[in-house]
Design a protein around this ligand. Structure first.
Ligand code: COA
Ligand code: ADP
Length: 596
């Protein structure tokens, strides 16, 4: 199994402890279920609602295993059902051509694995992997992967302080590190979406709600359904299971989607679920759904869940947005009828659905675990800033958790390591300085000062200070060949302070493209896929700095002679860096000002 598959599957290779025993993550919980007719829809396939219930229970048990107390679901990140279960099986099991034999249908086994990736204060991120198994062929394939956040219920003493997760394997270390970045994104998710929606819908203006001939009135797809929360829907603390609520929401969304197309719709994606408040046994849950917009091959259905008891007012529990497709006999997406939205709210939701479609695409492709699949230079704009920042930092964290580096060269305790994998070359330089970590972080964060120690930085200007953590720079570098053209780079620098004691300070760099800064005649445009610094506090006055770079054609000429052992210019640069840091260790450092 390749590393990429491993990352995708959340499976660690066997890790043998010193005692000789095979290591198993203590928070890991597994659930295996045979798909029975009562779990399936009318086509005989496992209903997504049932799957969401199993995923939520498995993840909750993992969270409770770590915390030792009762936990509730706070949120579930976006879930992409990348392939229909049938088509995916054809990819994975090409020899099996009968879709009936391999689909996640009645008779197949669903294996769910959940483990706590990281605990924060009272919340934990749980990673969930869903596999399907064909008992007759022993084939297993991935159905989806998800991340849920669980919160330990408050006790009389107040908020619970959870014990930390200690990662043991490289995969656990990677998930631990990325969990902090995912948390950052989910906590500002609602704010980001509101901002993006208001600016995107303003841009769309009036013209987008155009009339289509034969458009279906959205009103025809409206669904309202009530559920009474009974003991089987709740845990022993009488709180309704998050998975049960998601299943009810998926049910009404499927009905709304079917009403548009008069066919059986297939769920493709679920946007992040956030449980805004609890619900308990005895609550009535009102679930409302409507098709917000339909595109050529997909539609967005919005669902809202509210709870009430007796004569109390309705409490908003959750809102979700799901994307459906309709597949023909060849499993190809059919063209869908267009929708005619209702006035006011309908038109607003219609436009918001268009904006969410773009946001979803950005999230899916930029916030991808497969960083190698993200193009070298991604266009930067304020609407994808958050996702590019995540991608930038995560790529550096992934490089930082790799453990197969080879020491290539060493001079006066400055070490150069390389790593070759899948035709890609990575290098890192490690050194220690007698400067406090936070000051090192501030000094290295401002790329305008890098020319003070790095001769490859000729000029550096701030193009845009996007926010406190993200800055866009244009850097010019001299030519490596005499008389040749110089290079320029448009870089996004994303900075992070440690989220906990086991985290470093971090400065991640990657190329982006900006319409305001196209390549020029004078310079060759160079690209940086992933580079940056991790800065670890060794003691209050000593710091370990690691500089990483995933070499691209634009970068290789600057380092190839060092890697080949023909020179040690890396050493002179990093010795100069060390001198620069020590000379400025007591100076106050200010961040670049926004040029906007
Ligand atoms: N996604 C992930 N975590 C979130 C979150 C979100 N959208 N919103 C809050 N949290 C985390 C916070 O970061 C905090 O984590 P920390 O203690 O590790 O720092 C934790 O939740 C508690 O936050 P706090 O501010 O103390 O409480 P709150 O008033 O924001 O309440 C919940 C958070 C989740 C407890 C509350 O919204 C709730 O009860 N929701 C319903 C949960 C439920 O019953 N689910 C089952 C289905 S109804
Ligand atoms: P909104 O501001 O769009 O109403 P909500 O969070 O209340 O946002 O609702 C989320 C989604 O739930 C909406 O986009 C819509 O698709 C659906 N929805 C909300 N209210 C209703 C309703 N009364 N009937 C049908 N669907 C609804």
């Amino acid at each position: 199994m390749s590393k990429e598959d491993n990352i995708d599957n959340m499976l660690d290779p066997l890790f043998i402890q010193e005692s000789g025993e095979v290591y198993r993550n203590p928070t890991q919980v597994q659930m295996s279920q045979i798909v029975l007719p009562c779990h399936a829809n009318h086509c005989g396939e496992l209903s997504v609602g049932q799957l969401l219930k199993w995923m939520d229970s498995t993840a909750c048990l993992s969270a409770e295993r770590h915390s030792g107390v009762s936990c509730v679901t706070a949120s579930v990140d976006d879930i992409n059902f990348e392939h229909t279960i049938d088509s995916m099986c054809r990819h994975v099991v090409p020899s099996v051509d009968s879709k009936k034999t391999v689909a996640l249908r009645v008779g197949k086994v669903v294996n769910i694995t959940a483990k706590v990736n990281r605990a924060f204060t009272s919340s934990m991120e749980v990673g969930i992997l869903v596999m399907c198994e064909d008992l007759y062929t022993s084939h297993q394939w991935k159905v989806c992967r998800a991340f849920a956040t669980f919160v330990a219920r408050r006790t009389e003493a107040g908020k619970v302080q959870l014990k930390q997760v200690i990662p043991h394997t490289q995969m656990e270390q990677m998930e631990y590190s990325l969990a902090a970045e995912r948390r950052r994104m989910r906590l500002i998710h609602a704010e980001i979406i509101t901002d993006l929606l208001s600016c995107s819908t303003a841009q769309l203006g009036e013209c987008q709600t155009q009339e289509y001939k034969d458009a279906v009135p959205a009103e025809r797809t409206r669904v309202e359904s009530v559920e009474l929360v009974l003991p089987p829907h709740a845990n022993h603390q009488v709180s309704t299971f998050g998975g049960q609520i998601m299943a009810w929401m998926e049910n009404v969304a499927t009905i709304a989607a079917s009403r548009l197309c008069n066919a059986h719709p297939t769920l493709r994606t679920i946007d992040m679920f956030h449980f805004r408040g609890p619900s308990h046994i005895g609550d009535r849950l009102v679930l409302k759904a409507i098709v917000n917009n339909s595109f050529k091959h997909s539609m967005e259905v919005g669902v809202c869940a509210e709870a009430y008891k007796g004569g109390e007012p309705l409490r908003h529990i959750n809102s979700a947005f799901m994307t459906f497709e309709v597949l023909d006999g060849e499993r190809k997406a059919c063209t869908l009828p267009r929708i005619r939205p209702e006035p006011i709210d309908g038109k607003r939701r219609y436009k918001e659905a268009i904006a969410r479609k773009k946001i979803r695409l950005d999230r899916k492709y930029i916030v991808s675990c497969k960083h190698t699949e993200v193009p070298v230079s991604v266009p930067w704009d304020p609407s994808n800033q958050m996702y590019l920042s995540y991608n930038n930092v995560s790529a550096l964290k992934l490089m930082d958790t790799r453990n197969n580096w080879v020491l290539t060269s060493e001079k006066n305790k400055v070490r150069l390591y390389t790593l070759e994998e899948n035709h890609m070359l990575f290098f890192k330089v490690v050194m220690c300085v007698s400067v406090p970590a936070e000051q090192t972080f501030h000094l290295l964060s401002d790329l305008r000062r890098r020319k003070e120690w790095d001769r490859h930085y000729e000029e550096c200007e701030v193009i845009n200070q996007a926010d406190e953590d993200d800055t866009l720079y244009r850097i010019t570098a001299p030519s490596v060949r005499k008389g040749g053209k110089g290079q320029d780079f448009i870089l996004l620098a994303s900075r992070r302070k440690p989220c906990g004691p086991r985290d470093p300070y971090l400065i991640a760099l990657r190329s982006v493209t900006l319409p305001t800064h196209p390549p020029t005649e004078e310079c060759t445009r160079g690209e940086v896929l992933c580079a940056g610094f991790t800065i670890w506090e060794e003691s209050p006055s000593d710091t370990k700095i690691t500089y990483y770079n995933q070499a691209t054609p634009g970068v290789i000429p600057y380092i190839s002679t060092d890697i080949a052992g023909l020179s040690s210019s890396f050493y002179s640069s990093f010795a100069a860096c060390s001198q620069f840091l020590e000379a400025n260790k007591d100076n106050v450092v200010t961040l670049p000002k926004s040029s906007l």
